[in-house]
Design a protein around this ligand. Structure first.
Ligand SMILES: Nc1ncnc2c1ncn2[C@@H]1O[C@H](COP(=O)(O)OP(=O)(O)O)[C@@H](O)[C@H]1O
Ligand SMILES: [Mg+2]
Length: 156
């Protein structure tokens, strides 16, 4: 179990490096990672941090409309799913996503509940939520207290 407070967007991106190391260490070149959290919680930002760690240059788009954005990096394949708009879990079958889950690579899944019954079990579950600190840090008094995030990671 990993737990962190993420003060700002950069902290979420930086946490991607730490998470990458942990996943690589425990699961090697393939892992299924569920990303839990409301809209705007920072799920896509975290995937961006991991892709940056894996030397991906260029944009990381939210797969909200495409359901999937695949990446080939120097450090292996990444499949970033966002199932928010998925109509039924069977749709994943029609789209041929079973091949992806049978192969190598990291599979990050936003809104995994939408694929429940079809998706393989998670190796890693990440939960992001809003975090309001008790008091503002004197070092960064301008950071909006209500805008921070908290992340917890559970390894199966
Ligand atoms: N630790 C953080 N503190 C404050 N804002 C953050 C943090 N991490 C990410 N954000 C911001 O949250 C917003 C939503 O992020 P996004 O990753 O698209 O969320 P999701 O994919 O969960 O819907 C972005 O504007 C991003 O800059
Ligand atoms: Mg997202």
């Amino acid at each position: 179990m990993l737990k962190r407070i993420l003060r700002d967007e950069n902290a979420t991106v930086a946490f991607g490096s730490e998470l990458y190391d942990a996943i690589r260490h425990q699961y090697g070149d393939r892992a299924v990672i569920y990303l839990h959290g409301d809209l705007g919680a920072g799920k896509t930002t975290l995937v961006r941090g991991i892709l940056r760690m894996m030397n991906h240059v260029g944009a990381v788009k939210s797969p909200t409309y495409t359901l999937l954005e695949p990446y080939q990096t120097d450090w292996g394949e990444v499949y970033h799913f966002d199932l928010y708009r998925l109509k039924s879990p069977e749709e994943l079958e029609f789209l041929g996503f079973d091949d992806i889950f049978a192969g190598p690579g990291f599979k990050f899944i936003e809104w995994p509940g939408q694929g429940q019954g079809w998706l393989p079990a998670a190796d890693v579950e990440v939960s992001l939520s809003l975090h309001t600190p008790q008091e503002k840090s004197p070092a960064t008094p301008d950071v909006d207290a209500a805008m921070q995030r908290q992340v917890s990671v559970h390894f199966a």
